[in-house]
Design a protein around this ligand. Structure first.
Ligand code: SAM
Ligand code: SF4
Ligand code: SF4
Length: 305
C-alpha cells in the first residue's frame, strides 16, 4: 500500500498513541497491565523477573501479576492519578496471546473503559489464530516481535517453540514461528489492525539480516521499532549494538518501513509518560554536552573531603 494512504488510514489511532508516534511520546501516557506471565517460546535473551527485588527498567520485568478481576479498580486509580492516559496495553511479562487472562482483561476494558485505545505486544506465534478475536474486542494496535525471517538465523535466537502441544526445537521451531508471524501479520493487517514490528538488534546474529525483515513486511507494518539487545540469560555474554550500528540499521530499514526511535524498552507494568526516563537524554542533547566516555568512573583520586 502507498505509504501516505497507509498513514492516513490509521491516523485516528496513531495520532494519539505514544508508541506509534514519536511526536507525542512526551505528552500522552500509557499503562501496561501485567496480566500475561506465561510464554510459548524461549528467546535466548529473555529473562522474566517478578517481585519487589525486580527493580530493573526493561521488558519482562513486573512488580506483580495483575489478575483480571483487579484490572477495573487498578485502571480507575491510574486514570484518577495520572492525567492523559490514552492507551492501555498488555506487554507480558510473557506472551499476551498465550494467556487467557489477556482476553478476559481486554473484555473488561472494552466494556468499562471504551475510550482507551487497546494495544498488545506478542511474539506472533498465535496471531493467526486470534487476530479476529482481537479485532472483535476492539484492539486497535498490535506489536509483533520479529527478530529474523530466516529459520537458520532465528534458530540461534529462539531455543524452542511450544505449538500444538509439542515443543519444537531448532530450525523446526523457528520455521513454525516465522510462518505464523507472517501469516498472522497479514491477516491482522487485512482486519484493520495497526501493526508495529519490534526487532531486537543482536549484532552477532541478525545485524545484516534485519533489513530483510523490513523488506518482507513493508506492506503490512505501519512502523518498525528496532531495539538494542539487553544482554541477558543465554545471551548475557553477547554485546549490544553500538549507537552507530543501531543508527545505521535503522537508516537501512527506513527505506522500507518508517522507524520508531523513541522506545523506552519499558517494563511490563509501566505506567505514565514514556518520557519520564528520557529527561536526562534530552537535556544532554539540548545542551550538546560532550560525551564523557573517557572518564574513568573508578578513579577516586581527584575528589577529597
Ligand atoms: C517481554 S516482551 C513481551 C511481549 C512478547 N512476548 C514479545 O516478545 O513480543 C516485550 C519486548 O521486549 C523485548 N525484549 C525482551 N527481552 C529483551 C532483551 N533482553 N533485550 C532486548 N529486548 C528484549 C522482546 O523482544 C519484545 O519485543
Ligand atoms: S516471546 Fe517475549 S516473553 Fe516470550 S521469551 Fe520471547 S521476549 Fe520473552
Ligand atoms: S516498550 Fe517501547 S513501544 Fe512499548 S510502551 Fe514502552 S516505549 Fe512504547
Amino acid at each position: 500500500m502507498n505509504e501516505n494512504i497507509k498513514m492516513s488510514k490509521f491516523a485516528h489511532i496513531t495520532k494519539v498513541h505514544p508508541c506509534f508516534n514519536e511526536k507525542i511520546h512526551d505528552k500522552v501516557g500509557r499503562v501496561h497491565l501485567p496480566v500475561a506471565p506465561k510464554c510459548n517460546i524461549a528467546c535466548k535473551f529473555c529473562r522474566r523477573s517478578l517481585g519487589k527485588e525486580a527493580c530493573e527498567h526493561r521488558p519482562g520485568v513486573s512488580l506483580t501479576i495483575l489478575k483480571p478481576e483487579d484490572v477495573e479498580e487498578y485502571l480507575k486509580r491510574v486514570l484518577k492519578e495520572i492525567p492523559n492516559i490514552k492507551v492501555v496495553g498488555i506487554a507480558g511479562p510473557g506472551d499476551s496471546l498465550f494467556n487467557k487472562e489477556t482476553f478476559e482483561t481486554l473484555e473488561i476494558i472494552d466494556e468499562k473503559f471504551p475510550d482507551l485505545i487497546k494495544c498488545l505486544s506478542t511474539n506472533g506465534l498465535l496471531l493467526n489464530k486470534y487476530y479476529k478475536k482481537l479485532a472483535d474486542l476492539n484492539v486497535k494496535t498490535v506489536t509483533v516481535t520479529v527478530n529474523a525471517i530466516n529459520p537458520e538465523i532465528l534458530k540461534d535466537i529462539v531455543e524452542w517453540v511450544y505449538y500444538n502441544k509439542k515443543i519444537h526445537h531448532n530450525v523446526e521451531g523457528a520455521k513454525i514461528l516465522i510462518e505464523n508471524q507472517i501469516d498472522g501479520i497479514k491477516k491482522a493487517f487485512d482486519e484493520g489492525l495497526v501493526i508495529k514490528i519490534n526487532t531486537v538488534l543482536i549484532p552477532e546474529i541478525n545485524m545484516n539480516h534485519v533489513v530483510e525483515i523490513a523488506k518482507e513486511l513493508k506492506d503490512y507494518a505501519y512502523i518498525q521499532n528496532i531495539i538494542p539487545l539487553i544482554p541477558l540469560y543465554k545471551m548475557k555474554n553477547m554485546r549490544p549494538p553500538t549507537c552507530e550500528e543501531l543508527k545505521r540499521v535503522r537508516e537501512e530499514c527506513e527505506k522500507y518501513i518508517p522507524q520508531f526511535r523513541a522506545c523506552g524498552q519499558c517494563r511490563a507494568d509501566s505506567v505514565g509518560l514514556i518520557k519520564e526516563r528520557k529527561i536526562l537524554e534530552e537535556f544532554f542533547k539540548e545542551k550538546n554536552m560532550e560525551q564523557n566516555k573517557n572518564l574513568d568512573v573508578f578513579e577516586l583520586k581527584h575528589f577529597s573531603h
